[in-house]
Design a protein around this ligand. Structure first.
Ligand code: ADP
Length: 327
């Protein structure tokens, strides 16, 4: 990766602005009037079920697809038609990233670096960063799926872009590979780079993203920081009590319990008042072996996408955006 880092300037013009973008395929809207901003230095996650329009939207931001209507700017400029001035500033990994398959890993990345006029010295460092340091001499067509994915990510990073688009970068990675890539992405963010990425891993989005946007059937239904979404749409917490300690009816009658189910070897108590329920449980069952599960981004996501697929309606706007606009 290039050693030059962008200076984070959070008050500056956004890295990406999407305004009322529509894209249809054969009369069916894949992206349906989406507007959003990605700030400089931000780690922005696009979430949504398969077919929600994430890749289409990201490809429109990258200048790889043309919107039917609406506008997109990247660093204040339109990425479409292909804007060569923007290319050195953007790194793109798509789900169908192209490879020079007959080359070795090192040759491939050297070729990509040369295409961007990047420092050849960045090749080794980038391969090390994505965990391909020991794979320099292997031909690209002999790589495993996960290794190809790492190489695609390396190809998006080698020229040190300010804005990085990654489409499901951790999809083919094993758990260790995923965690290693998290560290790479955190490092890029720490350097002030802007990252826009899609993922189906909600734990990952919660751990990495400053803000996420949830797309359902082409519509951006909510955009906010993961913690704000959990606070606003906060699913209930769950207390897992080993079976046999308390009967279901008694548990359901405890103050603060919203619902009770049996799952596996546990009675699961849904609550928005964890402290109250724990205090009520303690004298009845003791708290040994009682587990508390706080709501996660995954709970909120599943709740929002289920409700939205039945009756799509815009949810509240971005809290952080509003605060900044009011300030
Ligand atoms: P996601 O990335 O969220 O899975 P996509 O953007 O890939 O969603 O797809 C959104 C919708 O657009 C889907 O219904 C998909 O079948 C359709 N679609 C995507 N690309 C094309 C294409 N090139 N031609 C026709 N339909 C497409």
């Amino acid at each position: 990766m290039s050693s030059t880092s962008p200076t984070p300037d959070h008050g500056a013009q956004p890295a990406v602005t999407v305004s009322e973008v529509i894209k249809s395929y054969g009369g069916r809207r894949a992206v349906d009037e989406v507007s959003l901003e990605v700030r400089r230095g931000e780690f922005f996650g696009l979430l949504g079920p398969n077919g929600a329009g994430k890749s289409t939207l990201v490809e429109i931001m990258e200048g790889l697809r043309k919107a039917d209507s609406g506008s997109v700017t990247v660093f204040g400029e339109s990425p479409w038609p292909r804007n060569t001035a923007l290319l050195p500033r953007m790194g793109v990994q798509t789900q169908s990233s192209a490879f020079f398959v007959r080359q070795t890993v090192h040759e491939h990345l050297r070729t990509v670096a040369a295409l961007f006029g990047a420092d050849p010295g960045a090749v080794d460092a980038t391969l090390d960063a994505v965990g391909l340091g020991g794979r320099h001499g292997i031909r690209v067509d002999s790589l495993s799926g996960g290794q190809r994915q790492r190489l695609a990510i390396a190809s998006a990073l080698v020229h040190g872009p300010e804005l990085i688009f990654l489409d499901e970068p951790t999809a083919a990675l094993d758990p260790e590979g995923r965690r290693d890539l998290w560290e790479v992405l955190r490092g890029l963010k720490a350097q002030g780079r802007t990252i826009v990425y899609t993922t189906h891993h909600l734990d990952e989005a919660e751990a990495l993203c400053d803000r996420v946007g949830i797309l359902v059937a082409g519509r951006l239904v909510v955009t906010d920081a993961p913690q704000n979404l959990i606070g606003t749409f906060g699913a209930t917490s769950r207390l897992l009590v080993p079976l046999g300690r308390i009967d279901e009816q008694k548990a359901a009658s405890l103050p603060g319990v919203d619902g009770v189910t049996v799952q596996g070897g546990h009675l699961v108590l849904e609550t928005r008042a964890t402290g109250r329920v724990l205090a009520a449980l303690d004298p009845l069952t003791g708290l040994d072996g009682v587990q508390t599960r706080t709501p996660s981004l995954e709970d909120v996501y599943l709740d929002i996408t289920a409700r939205q697929s039945q009756a799509p309606t815009p949810l509240t706007t971005d809290n952080t955006n509003n605060q900044e606009q009011q300030a």
